[in-house]
Design a protein around this ligand. Structure first.
Ligand SMILES: Cc1cc2nc3c(=O)[nH]c(=O)nc-3n(C[C@H](O)[C@H](O)[C@H](O)COP(=O)(O)OP(=O)(O)OC[C@H]3O[C@@H](n4cnc5c(N)ncnc54)[C@H](O)[C@@H]3O)c2cc1C
Length: 415
C-alpha cells in the first residue's frame, strides 16, 4: 500500500489590513490557501474606523452606469473590478456579516448604525475563523537579496517567504493611521511605474485677511453652489484657518488641484443664493435702501448676513460693494481665489499610485510575478460618496481572485 501526503496549501502574504487587504485575505482564505496578513500598526483597519467616525458611507445606490463615471479618467480600469464586485454585491456582503444597510439622502449607502466598528469586528471574527493569521506591528520594508519580504517588528527584522503576496498599503493621506506612502520608493526601486501621490478630496488654501480669519474660521457656508469650469454643485463647506474645506470643495477638488498645480491658483465660483434667480437678486440689491446701511439692506432684502455677507466684503472692494449691478452679479458668482491644495497628510484620500499599466488584468505587477496590488495604492481617485471604499473592496476582491488564478490556473474564482 502506498500513502500519498497531500501537497501543503500555498502560503500567501497579504500586507495591509485596510478594506482592500482584508477583502483579498477573505477571498484567499475561502480559496483554501494559508493567509498571513501583516500590518505596520498595532491593529488593522484604522482608516476604515476613522471613515466610520462621521458616518460610514460605504457605497452608493445610484444607477451603475452613473456610478462608474465617478472614477473619471480611470473608469476603464476600475469598471472591470466593479463589474465583478458591484455596489449591490458589497451591500449583500455587509448583510452577510449581520449588519443591515440603508440608503440615505442623495442615494448614499450606510450601515444602519452608521458605524464602522461593528462591521470591522464581525469581519475580523469571520476572517480569524476562516484561518487568516494576523501579524500586527510588522512594517514591510522591501525584499532581501534572496527575494524574501522584509518586515521591521518590535523584535527586530523578520523575513518571510511566500508563494504570492498582495500589497494593499493604502495611499499617503492620514499617515498616523498607518498608510504613509513609504512603499513608493520600495516599488520604484523595482522599476514599477508610480504616479506621484497627491491629495484628493482635500481642502484648499485661501489668503484670508486677518479680520476674516479671526471672525469666521469654523463657520459653515450653507446652501451655496460652487462652479468650476462647467461643473456646478450645490452643498456646503466650512471656513478654515487656511482656507476652505468640506463636501462641496471635495467634490471639485480634483479639478481645483490640477489647476492650482498648473498655474499656481484656481478660482471657485460661489453662488451664495443658489435658489434665487439673478434677476431677483438684482431687483432686491437695487431696491432703494434709504438711510439703512448696506449690511442691514443685504440682510433684510436678501437674508445675507454673517459669514456670507462678510465673504462678499472679503472678496470685493468697497467700491464694488457699493455698485448694485456688480454686487448682484457677485452674489450669484463670487470668484474665490484658491492658492494651493492642503497637504496630502490632511486629505480624505490619495490620488496617484501604482500605474495600471504596471499591472496585468489580475492586478499582478508585470515586473514582479506573484506580487499583486489593491486598494487606494493604485492610481485612481474618486469623490466621497462611498466610491472610495467600493473600489477598495472591488480591487481587494480582484487581487485575491487574481492570486488564486495565478497559483492554480484552472481554479474557479471565488464569487
Ligand atoms: C477621515 C476619513 C473619512 C473617510 N470616509 C470615507 C467614507 O465615508 N466612505 C468611503 O468610501 N471612504 C472613506 N474614506 C476613505 C477610505 O477610508 C479609504 O479609501 C480606504 O480605507 C482605503 O483602503 P485601503 O485598504 O486601500 O488602505 P488603508 O485603509 O489605508 O489600509 C492600508 C493598511 O496598510 C498598512 N500599511 C501601510 N504601509 C505598510 C507597510 N509598509 N507595512 C505594513 N503595513 C502597512 C496600514 O497600516 C493600513 O492598515 C475616508 C478616509 C478618511 C481619512
Amino acid at each position: 500500500m502506498t500513502s500519498s501526503n497531500p501537497l501543503p496549501a500555498p502560503v500567501v502574504t497579504v500586507i495591509g489590513g485596510g478594506p482592500a487587504g482584508l477583502m483579498a485575505a477573505e477571498v484567499l482564505a475561502q480559496g483554501g490557501v494559508h493567509v498571513d496578513l501583516y500590518d505596520a500598526m498595532p491593529s488593522v483597519g484604522r482608516k476604515f474606523l476613522m471613515a466610520g467616525k462621521g458616518g460610514m458611507n460605504i457605497t452608493h445606490a445610484e444607477p451603475f452606469d452613473i456610478f462608474l463615471t465617478r472614477y473619471g479618467a480611470r473608469r476603464d480600469q476600475i469598471e472591470p473590478l466593479l463589474r465583478v464586485f458591484p455596489p449591490d454585491a458589497l451591500r449583500e456582503w455587509i448583510h452577510g456579516l449581520g449588519i443591515d444597510t440603508f440608503v440615505g439622502t442623495s442615494n448614499r449607502v450606510f450601515p444602519t448604525d452608521m458605524k464602522a466598528a461593528p462591521l470591522l469586528r464581525a469581519w475580523l471574527h469571520r476572517l480569524r475563523e476562516s484561518g487568516v493569521h494576523f501579524h500586527v506591528r510588522h512594517r514591510w520594508c522591501g525584499w532581501d537579496e534572496q527575494g524574501a519580504m522584509r518586515f521591521a517588528t518590535p523584535d527586530g527584522e523578520h523575513t518571510v517567504n511566500a508563494d504570492a503576496a498582495v500589497l494593499a498599503l493604502g495611499g499617503g493621506n492620514w499617515p498616523q493611521l498607518g498608510s504613509n506612502g513609504a512603499w513608493v520608493p520600495l516599488l520604484a526601486q523595482r522599476d514599477i511605474s508610480i504616479a506621484p501621490l497627491r491629495p484628493a478630496n482635500c481642502g484648499f488654501d485661501v489668503a484670508w485677511s486677518p479680520y476674516f480669519r479671526e471672525h469666521f474660521v469654523g463657520e459653515p457656508l450653507k446652501s451655496i453652489a460652487a462652479t468650476v469650469g462647467e461643473v456646478r454643485k450645490q452643498g456646503e463647506c466650512v471656513i478654515t484657518e487656511h482656507g476652505v474645506e468640506g463636501g462641496l470643495i471635495y467634490a471639485h477638488s480634483a479639478a481645483l488641484r490640477e489647476e492650482t498645480e498648473r498655474v499656481g491658483h484656481a478660482t471657485l465660483h460661489l453662488d451664495l443664493l443658489p435658489d434665487w434667480s439673478p434677476q431677483r437678486v438684482q431687483i432686491e440689491v437695487s431696491h432703494p435702501r434709504g438711510s439703512r446701511s448696506l449690511s442691514s439692506h443685504l440682510q433684510s432684502r436678501l437674508g445675507l448676513k454673517g459669514v456670507k455677507a462678510n465673504l462678499l466684503r472679503e472678496v470685493l472692494s468697497a467700491a464694488q460693494m457699493h455698485d448694485p449691478a456688480l454686487l448682484a452679479r457677485a452674489i450669484k458668482d463670487l470668484p474665490l481665489r484658491l492658492v494651493a491644495a492642503r497637504p496630502l497628510s490632511e486629505a480624505i484620500s490619495t490620488a496617484g499610485g501604482v500605474a495600471f499599466e504596471a499591472l496585468d488584468e489580475k492586478l499582478m505587477l508585470k515586473k514582479i510575478p506573484g506580487v499583486f496590488c489593491a486598494g487606494e495604492m493604485l492610481d485612481w481617485e474618486a469623490p466621497t460618496g462611498g466610491y472610495l471604499l467600493s473600489a477598495c473592496y472591488a480591487s481587494g476582491f480582484a487581487a485575491g481572485n487574481g492570486v488564486l488564478k495565478w497559483l492554480h490556473p484552472s481554479v474557479v474564482p471565488v464569487s
